[in-house]
Design a protein around this ligand. Sequence first.
Ligand SMILES: [Ca+2]
Ligand SMILES: [Ca+2]
Length: 522
Amino acid sequence: MIQMIRLTREIRFTKLGPTAPWACRLLLLVFLLAVLGLGVHVLGVAMAERAVTPGAPADQRIWQDERIYFIMIDRFSDGDPTNNFNVMKGNPYAWHGGDLQGIIDKLDYIKSLGFTAIWITPHVRNAGIDYHGYAAVDFYEVDPHFGTKETLKRLVSEAHARGLKVIFDIVVNHTGPNNPLVVEKPEWFHPRREISNWNDTEEVRRGWLFGLPDFDQSNPEVREYILEYSRFWIEETDVDGFRLDTVKHVEPEFWSWYVPELQKIKPGFWVIGEVWDSSPYRLAEYQRAGVTALIDFPESEAARQAFARDGSLAVLAQVSRQVEMAMEDPWQMGAFLDNHDMPRFTTYTRDDPIGRLKLGLIWLFTQRAIPIVYYGTEIGMEGGNDPYNRADFPWGEEENLDVRDLVVRLNDIRSRHIALRRGGMEMILADWWRYAYARTLGEDRVVVVLNNHPSQPFVREIELSALNLPDGTVLVDELTGGRVQVQNGRISVDIRPRSGAIYVVQPNRSKSPGREADGQKK
Ligand SMILES: [Ca+2]
Ligand SMILES: [Ca+2]
């Protein structure tokens, strides 16, 4: 329900008006890219330096080193049939039996894909057929369909035993209509008034979202209540972070108070917020307010348009630059190709879904933000709008295993290259079909070249003068092993239609191997 209405607010990626003549828009875009390009190198170097946490031990992962696997509990894996109350697998709107034990059973699978963290949809008790977890009736109880508090604690400890971090999904904006609090504490809620004007910030923050009772966080009792149940789950389970739902529906002042309070409970506690908006500047408002990281809707939506729908990669590059300019910390972002609130990537395409998905994944694992992969995307699962994008994971009947193999390789490549996780992102070229960028940190330097054209190879010399590589320097593509050599500050690339290369600058023979820059424990 929530998702269908959200989808009517389709993202517009540029601020150019739809009525502007096409030629003018193109000229303006070229001009913007040229102007922005001037500052790219200097900015990239500055940001690369800023990206390294001073004093962090080399073997300690920071959050931007993570690669997150996102799970809808009810639809991923059924590990305990004794809790399958009211399960109707044939009904996409009903409970399907997935649970916390099922996730525990599949932690080794997630680990084998190369992910370092999991994010699970809300675990708290819901009512009726709210299998998704976003309409709580009891914030202190694990939903009995999912298991018990003990199962949840075991999930976290089993994940930690495998080096995986765990992120819970927390909703502080609203509760389910059947929560007894709605009757017992009416003063805890904003007056019932549906959000109708989505451009009115006050209404978006204080109105009721699709009939869901809206907490009034300006009431100190409400704040304490929210903090206390947050504290309860952190202290009970030792969870590592929260994904914060519906962040833009709550006053920024609340987040400025709440996030530091969480970090007092567990030092280093991480949050990543959902601000579903195409404007990096609106996202930036919430990062300034204290929400550590944000889901990168602007770039992720631009990537979906480009890779699934033949949209412009120049626009994706432009949005990436806007995010870098707007955000206080543009590394504290999470990018994705699809999620539980929109059609799956493969269904969003018109043709060649798997070829497009593979190129999209190469982008996802080489760009600046933390990659987030929705369960099943690694096997090219299909599905339209909610709830069809939430089908059961087809254990034992997985298809597109070549996509899964690619995800394993990309996770490995990102884990081995600190430049991909923490480095600057410097645009080298971007047009409608092609996008090349350098990711650099210290001696670790990676040049990514993407060719989104469906039929034409990309054969061209690419200027790498910003990297200042001596002639003769060799770059090797991590995906194919193909080698190119720098001549006159350039490399000649030949990229097949709808594919990409991840070129790693090889160290000069006189120097030590280049991967010593890797800060990740293997
Ligand atoms: Ca079950
Ligand atoms: Ca609200």
